[in-house]
Write a protein that binds this ligand. Sequence first.
Ligand code: OFO
Length: 163
Amino acid sequence: MISKEMAQALNDQINEEMFSFYLYLSMSAWFETQQLPGMAGWMRKQAEEEMSHAMKFFKFLSERGGAVTLQAIAKPKASWKSAAAAFGEAFNHERHITGCINALADKAIAAKDHATLEFLQWFIKEQVEEEATVEPIVYKLKATEGHMGTLFHLDHQLGKRAG
Ligand code: OFO
């Protein structure tokens, strides 16, 4: 059975993942208002991924005999200065999440909780991928600033995201 302290930390992470879902859904809505449907779709898929992350923690915590206690989700921002600013915030947010996952792994190591540590391995790898996916998009968007044609081309490319 999982310790109370670790259960609390995993509950907090469910909230982080739910906020990630909310943040990217809000970005998706904003991209729709900017006539950038490809980026809106990309962010909607990202939001769905975050919901699946929250559910992974939900299921693991339940399986280990911990009580899932849902918390209030903070209100996300609703607008950004530019597409580059939105993706830049997404990148910073992923770096924050990487820090949360690393802190959870440190806690599991300190508590000799091998099951939780093993469970977190998937997220450690996922965060490497998440950061590596978003960073080049930020770079390209910064390079397109002021070039609408390039921005629409990039929007079209990002709209092809499969899942
Ligand atoms: Fe974006 O990885 Fe979960 O939060």
